[in-house]
Design a binder for this molecule. Structure first.
Ligand SMILES: [Zn+2]
Length: 195
């Protein structure tokens, strides 16, 4: 959150991005956070959080839709690399969420994305206010809940308070990451130092 504040204020320090950071980096990694984000070219995670080499383990698909390979990647970072935080991050004007609302005919595997986001789009249609914005937030909330319930690794670690799983939405126009209050309340007692 501090890194994003720097980015928004145009005071990025671009940490751990020089050549000296690369020396020895082949020996291992210990990313402190996992970002499950959208592939959108306007959401470059290290830049918007002002982080560097080795800081973030990132899983990106359009609409941050997840399937088995995503789950395995997240589990690997948590169970093997020791990451403690999972951030599911949607963003303003997400084309994948927009498609799940409008449901155009889409070719090839794109339909997989639309189908996965459809339930969130349906819930958003029952809400007042901006349909796309609500669907983007609901999609993130649904994905956070999906990960909290994911057996066998995430659900156990989450309930024990070994890890945090939260949701956020990135504003393209301002660069600001808003963490969603719906995913910050009623958290299990988090023990950052525990294994
Ligand atoms: Zn997107």
């Amino acid at each position: 959150m501090g890194g994003n504040r720097r980015f928004v204020e145009d005071k990025s320090i671009r940490p751990r991005q020089g050549r000296s950071t690369l020396i020895g980096s082949e020996k291992g990694q210990k990313p402190f956070a996992i970002i499950v984000g959208c592939s959108d070219s306007r959401v470059p995670n290290e830049i918007v959080f002002d982080q560097g080499v080795g800081d973030l383990f990132i899983v990106r698909t359009a609409g941050q839709v997840m399937a088995a390979a995503s789950y395995g990647s997240i589990e690997y970072a948590l169970a093997v690399l020791g990451s403690k935080l999972v951030v599911v991050m949607g963003h303003q004007a997400c084309g994948a969420v927009d498609a799940a609302i409008k449901r155009p005919d889409v070719p090839g595997h794109i339909v997989t994305l639309v189908n996965s986001i459809k339930p969130a789009a349906q819930k958003a249609k029952a809400m007042g206010g901006n349909l796309l914005e609500n669907a983007i937030r609901q999609n993130v909330i649904d994905q956070v809940m999906e990960l909290r319930d994911l057996d066998p690794i995430l659900s156990k670690k989450y309930q024990k308070g070994d890890i945090l799983i939260v949701g956020a939405v990135y504003q393209l126009s301002t660069g600001k990451v808003e963490f969603l209050p719906e995913t910050l309340s009623n958290l299990p007692d988090f023990r950052a130092s525990s294994k």
